[in-house]
Design a protein around this ligand. Sequence first.
Ligand code: PEP
Ligand code: MN
Length: 264
Amino acid sequence: MSVIKNKYTTWPFFNEKKLLTIAGPCSAETEDQVYEIARKIAETGVKIFRAGVWKPRTRPGSFEGVGKEALPWIKKATRDFGLKSTVEVANRQHVLDALEAGIDILWIGARTTVNPFAVQEIAETIKGTDIPVLVKNPVNPDVDLWIGAIERLENAGITRIGAVHRGVSQFNKSVYRNRPEWEMAIELKKQRPDLLLICDPSHITGKRELVPLVSQIALDLMFDGLMIETHITPEEAWSDARQQITPETLKELLKELIVRDEFP
Ligand code: PEP
Ligand code: MN
């Protein structure tokens, strides 16, 4: 219980259901898109706004993000609507740009967590800042690699770290975009009960209609929060159009989710 209390006091972003929610588009696209989504997300009770600025695309030739130009859009929108901001960083320059822009929380993506050199570079760049960092699991189901990335940040003096479970790559087709491998997240929780554990049902499912079910499964497994991709016009999104939900759907979903005090 004291561990949980500690999480609540060191991460002052929980909603009234004691759920740490992060929402926002897969990618920042335009200044207006960022502003409108942030405005609507603030009405849902979500406290943290996410938007990818540098996008790690699997194949070249697709939209790779607006780049640092979008950072002031995110900063302004989140300031105006009382939200905290988070962006993905994958290298030293991303970190420097995000810190300079005053982004509140950094997140490390699944394709970066697999690479100790990249994580070490990020850790060394943020040393001395104590900025909160979210660390997604690596694309392969390797708990040690996930915890190793977290330890590199801790060794650099970072104290507020959240682990984000986003599923793992698979060769065979399945209903999921990235298989959840819930055992992997449960193992992380077993080894590091002090860390915040957040589920990203958007990248696990790849389909907006499955986001509510996977969100509820995560809460039944005692996850602390959710990161949900949200867009005002999801079908027209420049990346991950199939999995994003509208702020209206998000609001309904957050209302309906059952948050448990203990295992059911
Ligand atoms: C994202 O959050 O948009 C993203 C690229 O996620 P992941 O690193 O989990 O693939
Ligand atoms: Mn995405």
